[in-house]
Design a protein around this ligand. Structure first.
Ligand SMILES: [Zn+2]
Length: 121
C-alpha cells in the first residue's frame, strides 16, 4: 500500500519536525516588519488540522518562512492521511532518498523539474 516503511516515515517526520523548529526559531529572530507579510489563507492546506493559535504567530513571519512552514505542515498532514511520498502531479511514489533530501517535496523529480523552472525553492 505504501512504498515507504514505517521507519522511513518516522525518520522523515522527525526531520520535518526539526525543520519546523528551525524555521520558527529563525523566523522569530527575523521579525522586524510584520507589515510586509501577506498571509494567504484558504487553499489546499485549509483542510489540514492546524492549530489556529500557531498561525496567529505565523502571520507575522516573512513570506518565505511562512511558505516553507506551510509545506512542512502540509507534509505532516499528508503523513497522517497516508498520502505522503506520492507525487501529487503524476501519482508516482517518490523515492525515500529524494524525500530524505527534501522532506517537504510533494512531487517526483520529473514533475518537480518542470515546476521548478522559475522557482528556486
Ligand atoms: Zn510526478
Amino acid at each position: 500500500m505504501h512504498h515507504l516503511t514505517e521507519k522511513q516515515i518516522a525518520e522523515l517526520r522527525d526531520e520535518l519536525l526539526k525543520m519546523r523548529d528551525r524555521v520558527l526559531r529563525s523566523a522569530g529572530e527575523q521579525i522586524r516588519d510584520p507589515s510586509n507579510v501577506a498571509f494567504e489563507g484558504g487553499d489546499e492546506i485549509d483542510r489540514a488540522n492546524i492549530e489556529t493559535e500557531r498561525y496567529i504567530n505565523l502571520q507575522r513571519l516573512k513570506t518565505r518562512e511562512l511558505k516553507l512552514l506551510r509545506k512542512i505542515e502540509y507534509a505532516l498532514t499528508k503523513m497522517d492521511q497516508d498520502t505522503y511520498g506520492i507525487c501529487e502531479s503524476c501519482g508516482a511514489p517518490i523515492p525515500f532518498e529524494r524525500l530524505k533530501a527534501r522532506p517537504v517535496t510533494t512531487m517526483c523529480i520529473n514533475c518537480k523539474e518542470v515546476e521548478e523552472e522559475g522557482e528556486n525553492g
